[in-house]
Design a binder for this molecule. Structure first.
Ligand code: FAD
Length: 466
């Protein structure tokens, strides 16, 4: 394993590669490069690694505020979790789940929700339409570029308004958009939605009406992924070290924190683009990169978890899963411990509702969520024993939940992973597949590590310690 060198003259550290951010993308790049014998230092602003894999505790149990679900198609994430020896548990989805749209409830169990026929047909038609448009854009012809520009003039909401035949279908896509992007269809470019249809291998994956089915969770919380990796590379990962400035010249790149500097041949920057904008770059970033970072907007989310003596909803034949277009929360799930020693419901407030409720006092936000839970689960929902929450918009080192594009930004996004000199980019916002998920973060960390390996190799600087 490589070790750090402290350079007295520079009052800082020297390494082959400096990685900014120890979220999953940064941790994956760290792990890969160290395995290849590269001398790495990873610097993280927070006092913990994991970034948007973060949680809280209640009664000695850990709960996730950020990423927690492992989808069946998340093959890299599954491999990682297995390698780290972390156990998964199935998301509880026995019993009845509910979708609330325009003040009407659709209940379903193991089978797909049984919407009114005109809504079901409309939903399926829109999914096919989104898939067909995505295939045309994937063609990479001049015609498809022209089409991309054209569709990028519209918001997803405008497209839904023109394409849906039922107001209930619009309401369904509205809530599914909030759940996935933590933003409103009015804010998101139609082009970005189509791009994400391809990135998620189909509109049916992106706009799933049964969010709980087949999903799994890491027992003890996804933050354990970060803890395990950090334990392995304690010497290479420095916490509580925000990078404030970066300078590069033809020989090296240096990252500056409070009173310490980290000089390396290459850097991998994994911070969300909007957070990267807070770093001072010398020389200034090229206009194309700067413009791109200005255009990736962060979706908004607040995760609130309520605790009960036991998962009472299970005894009433309910799964705990609710999708609701009324709000405050768009999605609620049963996140009780495996042994059901207590009941826990995670309520995710997304988009405009997160903006609104984030500005209200905690007591009012809680009262509104409890009222919504009472509506779906009955008076027992009032008897909560405690609550923990995280407003992702208030988190300085994320400034929101995940990135998306507003109309008019399509031509900027193609540079998202293009290196700037010695600086390479990673992070789930830069992933080509499963963007804005843990799987995407892994893809991006592996990709950036591979890019840097090529650079080090062609400069004849690759040592092997395998
Ligand atoms: C509410 C919510 C629910 C989610 N649910 C799921 C889910 O169920 N499944 C799933 O797959 N994904 C989910 N996601 C998405 C997933 O969490 C992210 O895509 C993923 O964690 C992003 O990892 P990352 O490494 O790209 O970025 P981050 O995790 O944001 O890591 C970036 C790191 O950089 C650090 N940093 C920032 N600025 C600096 C600086 N100046 N200097 C040094 N360090 C800095 C940050 O502290 C952070 O640790 C969810 C996200 C949210 C918000």
């Amino acid at each position: 394993m490589s070790t750090l060198q402290f350079d007295q003259n520079l009052l800082g550290f020297n390494a082959d590669v400096v990685i900014i951010g120890a979220g999953l993308a940064g941790l994956i790049a760290t792990r890969r490069l160290i395995a290849e014998g590269v001398n790495v230092i990873t610097v993280e602003a927070r006092e913990r690694a994991g970034g948007r894999m973060g949680g809280g505790t209640f009664n000695g149990e850990s709960y996730d505020f950020g990423a927690q679900w492992v989808a069946p198609q998340s093959t890299a994430l599954r491999t990682l979790v297995h390698e780290l020896g972390l156990p998964l548990t199935n998301q509880y989805h026995e019993g009845e789940s509910t979708i609330g749209l325009r003040n009407r409830a659709t209940r379903y169990t193991k089978r797909a929700p049984f919407f009114a026929p005109h809504v079901a047909l409309d939903y399926r038609r829109l999914i096919r339409l989104l898939d067909a448009t995505a295939r045309k854009l994937d063609a990479a012809t001049d015609e498809s570029l022209e089409r991309a520009r054209r569709i990028d003039t519209r918001s997803f909401a405008a497209w839904l308004h023109d394409s849906c035949r039922s107001r209930t279908t619009i309401a369904l896509f509205n809530v599914l958009t909030r759940v996935h992007f933590h933003a409103e269809p009015t804010e998101i470019s139609l082009y970005y939605i189509i791009d994400q249809v391809s990135a998620h291998r189909g509109a049916g994956q992106l706009f799933r009406t049964r969010p709980a089915v087949l999903q799994e969770r890491v027992i003890g919380g996804s933050a354990r992924i970060a803890e395990r990796i950090t334990q392995q590379f304690r010497q290479q990962i420095l916490l509580d070290t925000p990078i404030l400035a970066m300078r590069q010249d033809e020989h090296s790149v240096t990252a500056y924190s409070r009173g310490t500097s980290f000089r390396a041949r290459y850097a991998i920057i994994t911070t969300p683009p909007v957070v990267t904008q807070q770093i001072y770059f010398e020389p200034h970033l090229p206009p194309a990169r700067d413009a791109l970072q200005q255009r990736i907007i962060m979706g908004r989310a607040i995760t609130m978890i309520l605790f009960y003596d036991y998962p009472f909803w299970r005894e009433n034949g309910k799964s705990g899963t609710v999708l609701d277009d009324a709000g405050p929360f768009s999605l609620c799930h049963d996140v009780s411990p495996v042994n059901a020693s207590e009941g826990a419901l995670a309520c995710i407030i997304s988009g405009e509702a997160a903006h609104h409720w984030g500005m209200q006092p905690r007591s009012e936000r809680l009262a509104a969520v409890v009222k919504q839970l009472q509506h779906w689960f009955g008076p027992e929902a009032l008897a909560y024993r405690g609550m923990i929450e995280r407003d992702w918009n208030a988190e300085r080192w994320n400034r929101g939940a995940n990135g998306f594009l507003a109309p008019g930004a399509a031509s900027y996004i193609h540079n998202v992973a293009t290196p700037v000199g010695r600086m390479h980019w990673a992070g789930s916002e830069t992933a080509t597949h499963w963007t804005n998920t843990l799987e995407g973060a892994i893809e991006s960390g592996e990709r950036a590590a591979a890019e840097v390996m090529v650079e080090l190799g062609s400069a004849g600087l690759l040592r092997t310690n395998r």
